[in-house]
Write a protein that binds this ligand. Structure first.
Ligand SMILES: Nc1ncnc2c1ncn2[C@@H]1O[C@H](COP(=O)(O)OP(=O)(O)O)[C@@H](O)[C@H]1O
Ligand SMILES: [Mg+2]
Length: 160
């Protein structure tokens, strides 16, 4: 595990040996998101983005399954600890569709918005506070969390 911090950028990187490690990293990250955040999830299909989101949701008290909202685009989780919106924009045809679904209503200050395939919604999504990138590494995965702004940096500091 390594944390690099300087005034311009802050990032956090960790190797995840198996699925359980991805869930547990998500849970730890989720513990630091209680004030809300916009998180973009980057990585190829099968990289572990949804698995990581399951961990985040566990930190908010959700113990059930987490299905990819591939066709519905968003799955809301209204939990005692807070509200988490899980987006999967993989099948989004035109980013303008996000306007019709009232995308702005989801991005409340206090909510956690986890966005898989943010590139598909480019121009219609608020900026990320944190970009989480999952990449295949041997049989496991590598996770990098990058703070984009001060809010994101504060979250990474909470985690370290
Ligand atoms: N650290 C890991 N090492 C090995 N396999 C993992 C790891 N994390 C997740 N996986 C596996 O990767 C597969 C795809 O995960 P998923 O979260 O659906 O990916 P994505 O949402 O990025 O498409 C799942 O079978 C999951 O068990
Ligand atoms: Mg997914």
């Amino acid at each position: 595990m390594s944390v690099k911090a300087n005034s311009a950028a802050m990032s956090f990187s960790v190797v995840l040996a198996d699925e359980a490690a991805t869930v547990s990293a998500g849970r730890k990250f989720g513990e630091a998101l209680k004030q809300g955040a916009v998180v973009y999830l980057e990585g190829v299909l099968g990289a572990g983005k949804t698995t990581f989101c399951r961990g985040v949701l566990q930190a908010f008290g959700h113990s059930g399954a987490v299905k990819s909202p591939t066709y519905t685009l968003v799955e809301p989780y209204v939990l005692d600890i807070g509200t988490v919106y899980h987006f999967d924009l993989y099948r989004l045809g035109d980013p303008e569709e996000l306007e019709y679904m009232g995308i702005r209503d989801y991005f409340q200050e206090s909510a956690v918005c986890l966005v898989e395939w943010p590139v598909r919604g480019e121009g219609y999504l608020p900026c990320a506070d944190i970009v989480a990138t999952l990449s295949p590494l041997g049989d496991g995965r590598r996770l990098e969390l990058q703070a984009i702004n001060e809010r994101g940096a504060a979250i990474l500091i909470l985690m370290s």
